[in-house]
Design a protein around this ligand. Structure first.
Ligand code: ADP
Length: 621
């Protein structure tokens, strides 16, 4: 059969891993063993659920052989499900994983950087081309008659031919190159398997020649030997006491495609009425597909150590999609389908417990402010999603929210805020907007600063949506500083005189601005600035309008802001006695436009603004 080309992305991946210095080449063995273990998992599942295979004599194992010398080879076999011709074509020649594929189609062109980044995605089977010039895959799928040989040198493409093979499973032969010849060695293989694959649930055997020497050092006898290297006990079924930090770290890497250590983990065995084991990891960084709709599920489901699925997104609530790990229960049926899973009462109990355990872990992490901030920086958005979507856990998740603040360093919880409130304060205040720096300098905060009242700074674009679903915390109302009326709580004994003399000015400004504003009001929140823009109590703020627009809502009625004027500001004082209409108009517009600029809104008529500004300046010179 003629040679077939690799999918473009596979070509790019192979180029990256073979042409750039790959410092972790030894992981190829972990990747191959992990594929073998998956193939055994799949067959074990079939032998338990498929009637045609109920009597099948299944002897699950992985065997490793090697040949040193001039033509070093490493041969890895499994007695797993095997592949037919179509499987070979689909699996070893394309990349199915969306994250990896996406990464590859958006390469930066900086080879060094790209090759470092690719580590995050997991290179899978193709990693064997780091250590081999040529790879043969001989395989027969269980229940089928034909066997096939897939062969490739890792750059020009691959070939698939018929092969002769009686037993189901797969044998992979690596023709080791200079980089790889060190792996044709019993001790190297032994130590790599112990390091990366000790937790695999199936026995891994190594075959080698046992050579005995006499006293003079001459070879006395040579006998082939086979030895089991690992314990073959599913990692998560082990007792916590038996396991060390580095065991958890290695296991994480073997299930996650992540080269980095995990951020933290939870391991829990439930015994009694319902038996299950949970092992969940929080990664250090979010996987690149986490905000894509076709993200890869991170949790695998096992029933009594038999692999069921790694493609079920409902095992945990959606906001927990950053969690990687395993759920194993002996109380679920083996042939559990997606539909059954979604209605199964046992599964729903396990899910409830799983969320509880993860929340406990997060609360535990939150005791360490810096550590939690690290977590929140990566996954805070998902916690916010949870507050919005997961009614059952809303309160717990609200406690896990963190915000920037005008008064405290770092990130603040709502509890921190409430603990810091003075006795007269009844409300929790926040300001929303796109840009932290301009929010911190916003005129809307002047009164709060003056009164020494803390304001939470919500500068993430989804904050405004989230926070609207938290009307109260600890009996205290949450109020947006961006809205009209928020500062009423602070109004001092107002100066009746100044109020009276300002009213006509407000009326005149309103007349000048016409339908640009909903209203022009006296402000009790400003101290240094002459004006500010706010949204009416129940209107979406200007930022929310932008978000709604970006979400495709184009038919919104135009929502006008309220212009607030500081009655005590010098400019406003001067306006009271201004008789020249033209100058008054300019200043009225300028008060409106400067407030918009401070809100981060782009002016409709920037050149008009500049003209008015220059008029005002030259009138003063
Ligand atoms: P991943 O394992 O992450 O899916 P790989 O590139 O390692 O990516 O493997 C691609 C696919 O090839 C696997 O998903 C599996 O379907 C198939 N495959 C690889 N090795 C084996 C094997 N030993 N037995 C059966 N199928 C295999």
């Amino acid at each position: 059969m003629a040679q077939q080309k690799f999918q473009t992305e596979v070509g790019q991946l192979l180029h990256l891993i073979t042409h750039s210095l790959y410092t972790h080449k030894e992981i190829f063995l972990r990747e191959l063993i992990s594929n073998a273990s998956d193939a055994l998992d799949k067959l074990r599942h079939l032998t338990l659920t498929d009637d045609a295979l109920k009597t099948f004599d299944f002897d699950p194992k992985v065997s490793i052989e090697f040949q040193d010398g001039d033509e070093p080879k490493l041969i890895l076999s499994d007695s797993g499900i095997g592949m037919n011709k179509q499987d070979l074509k689909d699996n070893l020649g394309t990349i199915a994983r969306s994250g990896t594929k996406n990464f590859l189609s958006n390469l930066s062109g900086d080879e060094k950087k790209d090759s470092q980044l690719i580590g995050q995605f997991g290179v899978g089977f193709y990693s064997c081309f780091m250590v081999a010039d040529k790879v043969d895959v001989t395989t027969k799928k269980v229940g089928e008659d034909e066997a096939f040989l897939w062969t490739s040198d890792g750059h020009s493409g691959f070939e698939i031919k018929k092969d002769v093979r009686k037993e189901n499973g797969t044998t992979i032969t690596l023709y080791l190159n200079e980089e790889g010849k060190e792996y044709a060695n019993r001790w190297q293989i032994d130590s790599l398997v112990k390091k990366y694959s000790d937790h695999i649930d199936f026995p891994i055997f190594i075959s080698y020649e046992d050579i005995e020497y006499d006293k003079e050092g001459k070879e006395k006898s040579r006998a082939p030997k086979t030895e089991q290297i690992n314990d073959a006990k599913a990692f998560w079924t082990r007792s916590k006491n038996e396991l060390e930090k580095k065991d958890y770290q290695e296991f994480y890497k073997s299930i996650s495609n992540d080269r980095d250590d995990p951020f933290d983990w939870v391991h829990f065995h439930a015994e009694g009425a319902l038996e299950f084991t949970l092992l969940f990891y929080i990664p250090k960084t979010a996987s690149p597909d986490i905000f894509r709709t076709d993200y890869q599920a991170g949790v695998k489901l096992y029933v009594n150590r038999v692999f069921i699925t790694d493609d079920e997104k409902e095992l945990l609530p959606v906001w927990l999609r950053f969690v990687k790990g395993i759920i194993d229960s002996s109380d679920l049926p083996l042939n559990v389908s997606r539909e059954i899973l979604q209605q199964n009462r046992i599964m729903s109990k396990i899910k409830t417990n799983a969320v509880k355990k993860i929340l406990e872990k997060l609360n535990d992490i939150a005791k360490n402010k810096d550590k939690y901030a690290e977590f929140f920086l990566q996954f805070g958005r998902l916690i916010k999603e949870g507050v919005y979507q997961d009614f059952e856990h809303k309160d717990a998740l609200t406690d896990l929210l963190r915000f920037k603040s005008t008064k405290q360093e770092g990130l603040v919880s709502l509890k921190d805020y409430v603990d810091n409130m003075n006795s007269e304060q009844k409300t929790i205040y926040y300001i929303t907007g796109q840009n932290e720096a301009s929010l911190r300098n916003s005129p809307l905060l002047e009164m709060y600063t003056k009164k020494n009242v803390e304001v939470l700074i919500l500068d993430d674009e989804i904050d405004e949506i989230i926070i609207s679903s938290v009307p109260k915390y600890d009996e205290k109302e949450l109020k947006s500083v961006n809205r009209s009326g928020a500062a009423d709580d602070f109004s001092e004994e107002s100066d009746k005189e100044s109020e009276k003399s300002t009213k006509p000015v407000l009326k005149k400004i309103k007349k000048v601005l016409g339908d640009k504003v909903k209203d022009v009001k006296m402000s009790n929140r400003l101290s240094d600035s002459p004006s500010c823009i706010v949204a009416d109590e129940n209107d979406p703020t200007s930022q929310m309008q932008e978000i709604l627009k970006s979400m495709g809502q184009t038919d919104m009625p135009e929502i006008k802001p309220i212009l607030e004027i500081n009655p005590n500001h010098e400019i406003v004082e001067k306006l009271k006695n201004m008789t020249r209409q033209k100058a008054f108009d300019d200043i009225a517009w300028l008060l409106y436009e400067q407030a918009l600029i401070q809100e981060g809104v782009t002016l409709d008529d920037p050149s008009g603004f500049v003209k008015r500004l220059n008029n005002a300046i030259s009138n003063n010179l």
